[in-house]
Design a protein around this ligand. Sequence first.
Ligand code: GAL
Length: 349
Amino acid sequence: MSARTLLVLVSCALSVITGLVIARGGTGLTAARQRPLIGLSMDTLKEERWQEDRDLFTAKVKAAGADVMVQCANSDDAAQLQNVESLITQKVDALVIIPHNGVAMAKAVNLAHQAGIPVLSYDRLITGCDLDLYLTFDNVKVGELQAKFLTDRMPQNGRLRLIRIYGAKTDNNARLFKQGQDNILQPLIAAGKVEVVFEDWAEDWKPESAKKITNAAITKNGPNFDAILASNDGTAGGAIQALTEEGLAGKILVTGQDADLAACQRIAQGTQAMTVYKPIQSISTVLVELALKLAQRKPIVAKDSTSNGHTDVPSVLINIIPVTKENLRDTVVKDGFHKEAEVFQPTQP
Ligand code: GAL
C-alpha cells in the first residue's frame, strides 16, 4: 500500500473549495483493540490555552469511547519527532500534531504515513508534506482583528506609532497573524498614518523575549509610541511588564490573543486593551469528531483547503471573537471559559 493512507479529492464549486478526505486501507483499528486510540503530540503547554486544549480533547475523546495518548515536546523539534515515533510504535490509529516547527514536523508526517497512520495538523500547519487534514482557527483574521482594533483608535493627531511583536518564527501561525496585521496596516503605513517604530519576533512566543523587545524599543525611541501590537497574550504580558517598569502601563494600547485568564484580568484592569478569544470548547468538539473519523477511516468533508507548499490540505477553519473590556462578560464569561469573579477580582500577587 502506498505511504499515503488517504485519498483527497478536491473539487471547485464557485469560490468554495470542497475537500473530501476518504479513508482507505482497512478499518483503521488495530485488530487487538476495540477502542480507537488517538495520539496527540503537542509542542508546548506553556500557554494556558494549550492546557485547555489538552484537557478538553482528552475528556471528549474518552467520552466518545476512545483512548488518547498525549506527549509534549517543550518546544524541542528532536523531542517532538521522538514523541511521534513513540506514538507510532504504540500503534495509534490517528495522530493529531501541534507542531513546534511546521517545517521540521513534515518528517513526522512521512513516518506516520509509512506506518499507515493519518495525520491531522491542529492549530498550526505542518508544511512541505502530504498532510491529511488541517483544523485551525482563522489565523489571518486574528491578525486583522488585532490591527483593526488599533487603527480604529487613531490618536487625535491622526498618526499611530506602533511597536510590533510577532510570534515564534518556527510557527506558521505567527506568519499568518503578521499577514493579517499587514492587510490592515500596509495601506495606512503607505498613507503615512501608521508608523512602525520598532518590530521583532519573540523567540518561541516567550513573554521574556517580548519584554526584551519592548525594552529595546523604549531604549531606542523613548516613550514615543501609542500602541504595542503583540501577537498573543503571553507576549502582551511580557510587553506590559516592561511598560509597568516605565510607568506606561494603561497608557499604551496593547493587543493579544488567546483570552488567557491573566490577559482577561489585565483587560478588566485596563493594562491590556484587547485579546482574541478562540472558542477552544467548540474546536475541541470538532477536533475529536475529525480525529475519530480519521482513526476509523470514515470520510470527512472539509469546506476549505490550505496550501502547505506541497499539497492543498483539506482544512476546517473555526471563527474567532475579539474581546475588550466591553464584551468580556458576553464572551469568555458567558461561555464558561473563565469565571466572572476570577476575571474581575483577581487576587493580587
Ligand atoms: C500559536 C497559537 C496561539 C498561541 C501561540 C503560542 O500558534 O495559534 O493561539 O497560543 O501559538 O503558543
